[in-house]
Design a protein. Structure first.
Length: 532
């Protein structure tokens, strides 16, 4: 009997078991069909009392509402998988699978059995949809659920980010239960000894080991980005973008610097100011987004770390100037979102516009070309134009938040798209958005990549001609023997432009210093050839 024959009954049994969970009585199906035919209203549904915590977290009067009791479902599925694995173990090539790998127990150690019900709702608010998803756990936070931290607390980002902040991302990370979880899973995989060795390792001599770090690691991170209208930079697509100011605050994390960073303070020119330890992370750097002077600030008193792109802006994050928390747009975007939580994302209307600018640029670029992209330009435009308008519909921006409470985990969002579970509409919208972004992004950055490769080819050919000139002591203006420079057993192969493999236009004589030996027929040329 082959392996497929042995495991087929197990697979079929499992699939039948899963399918039975979804079946509905024939009477219920027929009743629904009859009600649709007669266009009569549905009767009031009486929910099980155990689902009340889920219902209380959702909007039941919106365009979408669903609730599912999942208690025990995952355990049944894992038992089916355990039977499947047990069948595999009977085959010689799979006999080394540890008998300790019991997926039902792994699932429980991961804390996934804590989820007993799930609900979803979506309410049309005009410029956006207010979506809510709730996982009922009865307040249990073990395994993976512990990574999101404990009970919801006030967000820290809005309290320090300037009122005009365009992007805020905040989240809590709690690794305190990770050590025990890692040890349990490793034991099941027959790797308990290796796991303990890993946990006992220290990153630096005399410092805490990894296990101790995990036992103490419970931080809150808030990152903000503010677009600067008074400065700009040119993106790879040639579009002008506003400058950017960035900052990050990490609470409950000063101990990390005390544990690992103090040895580097002298080397990194640390200085004390107003009770803060300021460490320059490097010299002032001129980037496409403007000049950046990255700095790390250690606030021992408040057990806090700061990372800022411009140390001169630190004070405004700590003073009494208007903050995002009191911003009219932020407050409007937070309508219906929990005031306390474990994670938060806010994106302003201006930032939405900046995100869609590359799409608009790609549309315009594709319409002006005659290549593959241009052939489908009208299709591209018809797909992307509505998306650009849709994504910029809310004048206040959008928000997403996750909050633990005594009944479970709530995910709430004010979004441009309605959340309707696994539906055809969501599938189409998600596929369209993904395809459009990838399509335009690929076409834009493919052009930039081709240009960069072409310029590199020209530089390499310039180096080859200079090497040949030096080897044979040839003067400027001397005839070039291309067979000695390009080809098999020569200095290099003769490249072509990556756009369409067109040959470069080559000079017949050794060029003057600073003059390119090769010219691209598409006009690609290095900006600076001084010293070539």
């Amino acid at each position: 009997m082959n392996k497929l024959t042995k495991i087929t009954p197990v697979i079929l049994t499992g699939l039948l078991a899963l399918n039975s969970c979804e079946e509905k009585p024939a009477a219920e199906i027929n009743d629904s069909e009859q009600r649709i035919k007669e266009n009569t209203p549905a009767q009031q549904v009486d929910f099980s009392p155990q689902l009340a915590p889920v219902i209380s977290q959702l909007d039941t009067q919106g365009e979408y509402f669903s609730i599912t009791n999942t208690d025990g479902d995952l355990e049944k599925f894992c038992k089916f998988l355990d039977d499947f694995v047990q069948t595999l173990r009977q085959e010689e090539e799979f006999s080394d699978i540890s008998s300790q790998v019991i997926l039902v127990e792994v699932m429980k150690e991961l804390g996934l059995d804590n989820i007993t019900a799930k609900g979803q709702s979506s309410l049309n608010k005009g410029d956006y949809y207010h979506n809510r998803t709730f996982y009922q756990t009865n307040g249990k936070r073990t395994g993976l659920l512990s990574l999101m931290g404990g009970g919801a607390t006030p967000y820290i980002g809005p309290s320090f980010a300037p009122a005009g902040t365009d992007l805020l991302v905040e989240f809590e990370i709690n690794f305190k239960q990770t050590k025990d979880l890692y040890q349990k899973l490793a034991k099941r995989m027959g790797m308990a000894e290796e796991a303990q060795m890993t946990l006992n390792q220290s990153l630096t001599q005399g410092a805490m080991n990894l296990g101790d770090i995990l036992g103490k690691f419970n931080i809150r991170v808030a990152m903000m980005l503010d677009l600067q209208a008074d400065s700009s930079w040119t993106g790879p697509d040639g579009t002008e973008y506003p400058g950017v100011e960035m900052a990050m605050r990490i609470d409950n994390a000063a101990w990390l610097w005390q544990e690992y960073g103090t040895d580097y303070e002298a080397m990194m020119m640390a200085e004390e100011k107003d009770g803060l330890k300021i460490i320059n992370m490097g010299e002032s750097t001129d980037t496409p987004m403007g000049e950046i002077t990255p700095s790390l600030i250690v606030d021992i008193k408040n057990d806090r770390l700061w990372l800022v792109s411009d140390i001169a802006q630190l004070e405004k994050y700590r003073d009494d100037s208007p903050k995002l928390a009191s911003s009219e747009n932020y407050l409007a975007a937070m309508d219906g979102i929990p005031a306390k939580g474990n994670a938060l994302v806010y994106i302003s209307h201006d930032f939405c516009q900046q995100l869609t600018m590359p799409l608009v640029s790609a549309i315009e670029s594709s319409l002006s070309t005659n290549d593959y992209v241009g052939t489908y330009a009208s299709t591209t435009e018809s797909l992307l134009a509505p998306l650009v308008q849709w994504f910029n519909k809310s004048p206040h921006g959008y928000t997403w938040a996750l909050a633990n409470n005594s009944d479970g985990v709530l995910i709430a969002a004010n979004s441009p798209m309605a959340s309707k579970g696994v539906s055809v509409t969501n599938g189409i919208m998600a596929s369209t958005l993904t395809t459009s972004v990838l399509f335009t992004g690929a076409s834009t950055y493919k052009d930039e990549a081709n240009k960069a490769t072409c310029e590199l080819n020209q530089e390499q050919m310039q180096k080859a001609i200079r090497s040949w000139q030096n080897i044979y002591d040839k003067p400027i203006g001397a005839p070039v023997d291309r067979d000695e420079i390009f080809g098999l057993n020569a200095i290099m192969d003769l490249p072509t432009c990556p756009v369409d493999n067109t040959a470069y236009i080559l000079l017949d004589t050794i060029p003057e210093v600073g003059t390119c030996y090769a010219t691209c027929p598409h006009g690609h040329a290095p900006e600076n050839t001084e010293g070539w």
